[in-house]
Design a protein around this ligand. Structure first.
Ligand SMILES: Nc1nc2c(c(=O)[nH]1)N[C@H]1C(S)=C(S)[C@@H](COP(=O)(O)OP(=O)(O)OC[C@H]3O[C@@H](n4cnc5c(=O)[nH]c(N)nc54)[C@H](O)[C@@H]3O)O[C@H]1N2
Ligand SMILES: Nc1nc2c(c(=O)[nH]1)N[C@H]1C(S)=C(S)[C@@H](COP(=O)(O)OP(=O)(O)OC[C@H]3O[C@@H](n4cnc5c(=O)[nH]c(N)nc54)[C@H](O)[C@@H]3O)O[C@H]1N2
Ligand SMILES: [Mo]
Length: 708
């Protein structure tokens, strides 16, 4: 019997990118466990991944190419060979290109795997070469990143490990224990050292329960709170004058701007008592080192971008950046010198490209967007839009079109895969190799394959080599091996890569970027913000560029960045749909619906697997405050309908004081299957974009709830 241990890295779209050890016996993975040596992930795996071998060997895996044999959506398929599948894709693509042009082909993808070679950009070069429509991928954090860059530039921010030195920690719309759980020990350590932990969240989450102070806030109103905090800081002289003079621009204009955002105004908007707003602000401004960790959830409202803008101004205002463990943490991904251009190959794009935003997939497919040519083929990989994207009813109608040729590459028969014409089998992380960045720590990782691919599954890299081959593309770039792709994926000459060589990385599985040790590093003690002025821009230079979307989110395409300029000073934009901002709508639909991440799912991943469903609950639950439940005759377990003018989904009620009155929570990621084959939460979410970065507004939505 042969027994080996293989070091790899978790593939998921999660900040933690855990180092994983897989035990392989006679070619079969029998266990996965966390790697105790990794300084950040420290040997623990979460409830999603600690039985990853069960995902790999699940009898529900898609292991062979298949052709649809029943009506679209029926999930009926017949096995075919790879040659047949590729020949059909090539023939359809060639026909579409000849008759309507390549823009009639729409790729659709995100971060099913986060690996650098198999993840975000793996299909971009091929679709760019064909001249297909560009899929603008603003699924997650594009509004937040736009705002962050406008204010402090693409800095990694505070090292997550430096939180042990913090004395005041604000987790702002971040459910650390569920979504970034390997950061928790660092926060816990800080608490042991005397730090105060504050959580700002409409829900008393697992994380909020362990905080020293949970501040419930009405969804989408965080901008009012941040503006009022600046108002108080300036009015009460809690600013750091030297830091402001040396390292910021636009203070005078900011001070004038925040005049109007009184604590009274913020209290009325947010539902936070006035004295709490004062207390939070005074404590934050006078307890160094103070650090803010912003979660992704703040961006999903009408004013999400400006909310992040105003939060990002706070640390410079009080001089928090001067201290180790002080400042702001958003995504340290910017520390990794990834060769994005080489991965995306925007240079292959024809001069004129068409761009369709990923949140508009439904309207694009049903012809609601004025598209010439219309979309005739959709190629989905690394994504499950039927579960994760708004306007679900339109999307379902679009996917059901008989004249749409849909290809899906998947591990499982997801709600999206059911609509494929050709379904292709993808390998899991144990069956593929990759190099991995992280958006939650500063270690570069390497994933060694642990086992041979199951069935006829292939990594995404191989999928696109095969499709390129079938289309007769013989440019060697499209036929590079995985090793060649890995070698070209990073800028190995970057100073942060000093001391990192591929062989050691493969052996060890991870290496810290060559950056100062967490305990010695205050990244902006001396300013040096990567903005156009080199300063923290209270008044933003990039605002002139308008509502831009960073090239990273749009396959490098930068040809039509003609957004209207935006106000260069931070400001508050109320939610589109709230009782205060839309009283007439709230008359019909009085409750604010949010759909944050499920503890046991990773987006929609694991929404079909028994261990995680056992933990999450088999059926979609919706959490209501007792006062809202009573009013509607709802008790725990009551089957309910959640609805607005856009649609309806069914769920079971959970009644709990953990949510604010007026707010209902539907944890994300459930599949239609678990919801009696009916629609899910995105049947109700709005089409509107937020103010910056074309971020979604799926948490800016009013609904009503009733027993079924
Ligand atoms: N277990 C698990 N972990 C995950 C994921 C998963 O699906 N499951 N997904 C991964 C991905 S892709 C991402 S982007 C990250 C996201 O990780 P987080 O940023 O933590 O995202 P969410 O869970 O969406 O929201 C965090 C918290 O914000 C609260 N919230 C919602 N609206 C508002 C608001 O308007 N204001 C305030 N202050 N709070 C609000 C929610 O109640 C929730 O508790 O998690 C990653 N990690
Ligand atoms: N209501 C609501 N909607 C949301 C969110 C929310 O919190 N609430 N979150 C938003 C956010 S932050 C994000 S990031 C998006 C996520 O949106 P998606 O990325 O579309 O969501 P996932 O569920 O992660 O789907 C990824 C799919 O890729 C497949 N996959 C995994 N590995 C591979 C692989 O190696 N190859 C191939 N071909 N496929 C693979 C998985 O099986 C899975 O079905 O959703 C957004 N939508
Ligand atoms: Mo995300």
């Amino acid at each position: 019997m042969s027994r080996t241990t293989v070091v790899g890295a978790c593939p998921h779209d999660c900040p933690d990118t855990c180092s994983i050890l897989t035990t392989v016996e006679d070619g079969k993975a029998i266990a996965v466990r966390g790697n105790p040596d990794h300084p950040f992930t420290r040997g623990r795996l979460c409830v999603k991944v600690n039985n990853y071998q069960d995902r790999v060997y699940s009898d529900k895996r898609v292991l062979y190419p298949m052709r649809r044999s029943g009506p679209k959506g029926s999930g009926q398929f017949t096995r075919i060979t790879w040659d047949e599948a590729l020949a059909e894709i090539a023939a359809k693509f060639k026909d579409i290109i000849a008759t309507d042009g390549a823009q009639a082909i729409l790729p659709y993808s995100y971060l099913g795997t986060q690996g650098i070679i198999n993840g975000l950009n793996v299909g971009d070069p091929l679709f760019n070469k064909l001249g297909a429509t560009v899929s603008e991928r603003t699924f997650c954090d594009s509004g937040s990143c736009t705002a962050y860059m406008m204010t402090i530039g693409h800095t990694p921010g505070v090292d997550p490990e430096a939180f042990i030195h913090s004395k005041y920690i604000i987790l702002w719309a971040c459910n650390t224990l569920s979504t970034n759980s390997h950061h928790w020990p660092f926060i816990e350590q800080a608490k042991k050292n005397g730090a105060k932990l504050v959580v700002i969240d409409p829900v008393r989450t697992r994380t909020a329960r362990l905080a020293d102070w949970h501040i419930p806030i009405r969804p989408g109103t965080d901008g009012a709170l941040a503006m009022a905090m600046m108002h108080i800081i300036i009015k009460e002289g809690l600013i750091d004058r030297d830091y402001i003079d040396a390292h910021t621009v636009g203070f005078a204009e900011l001070a004038e701007r925040v005049e109007q955002y009184t604590p009274e105004f913020a209290s009325a908007e947010t539902g936070i008592p006035l004295e709490d707003i004062y207390q939070l602000t005074r404590e934050y401004a006078s307890t160094p080192p103070a650090v803010i960790r912003i979660g992704v959830a703040v961006e999903r409202h009408a004013g999400g971008g400006q909310t992040v803008r105003s939060i990002a101004c706070l640390p410079a205002l009080v001089g928090a950046w001067k201290h180790v463990g002080g400042g702001l943490l958003q995504l340290p991904i910017w520390a990794f010198p990834v060769n994005w251009g080489g991965l995306m190959r925007p240079d292959l794009q024809p001069e004129k490209m068409r761009v369709i935003n990923s949140w508009q997939l439904g309207p694009a497919l049903i012809g609601e967007l004025p598209l010439d040519p219309p979309i005739r083929s959709l190629f989905v990989y690394n994504a499950n839009p039927m579960s994760m994207v708004s306007q679900q009813g339109k999307l379902e109608a679009g996917l059901a079109r008989d004249d749409l040729f849909t290809v899906v590459s998947e591990h499982f028969m997801t709600d999206t895969a059911r609509y494929a014409d050709i379904l292709l089998p993808a390998t899991t992380q144990l069956e593929q190799k990759d190099i991995m960045f992280s958006w939650g720590h500063l270690y570069l990782s390497y994933n060694n394959p642990a086992i041979e691919p199951l069935g006829e599954a292939v990594p995404n890299t191989e999928l696109f080599r095969r499709v390129a081959g079938a289309l007769g593309i013989d440019d060697p770039f499209f036929h590079r091996s995985d090793d060649e792709m890995i070698a070209q994926s990073m800028d190995w000459t970057s100073p942060v890569m000093e001391g990192i060589d591929l062989e050691t990385l493969k052996d060890k599985g991870y290496l810290r970027l060559n950056m100062p040790a967490a305990g010695e590093w205050a990244p902006h003690r001396d300013g040096n913000f990567p903005t156009p002025t080199g300063k923290c821009e209270f008044k933003s230079t990039l605002a002139e560029t308008g509502n831009f979307v960073a090239p990273l989110f749009r396959q490098g395409y930068n040809g039509d960045q003609s957004g209207e300029p935006v106000d260069p000073l931070p400001h508050y934009i109320a939610p589109n749909e709230s009782p205060a901002s839309a009283p007439a709508l709230a008359g019909k639909y009085p409750l604010s619906l949010i759909s944050p991440k499920s503890h046991a799912f990773l987006n929609s991943n694991y929404g079909n697997l028994p261990a995680q469903l056992a933990q999450a609950g088999e059926e979609q639950a919706v959490i209501l405050h007792p006062s809202d439940a009573d009013l509607r005759g709802i008790t725990a377990g009551t089957p309910i309908r959640v609805f607005n003018d856009r649609g309806v989904f069914e769920a079971f009620a959970t009644v709990s004081q953990d949510v604010m009155p007026g707010v209902v929570v539907a944890p994300a990621g459930y599949w239609q299957r678990s919801n009696r084959r009916g629609p899910t939460v995105h049947a109700l979410t709005p089409p509107a974009f937020a103010d910056l970065g074309r971020a979604p507004t799926f948490s800016d939505v009013l609904v009503e709830v009733a027993p079924t």
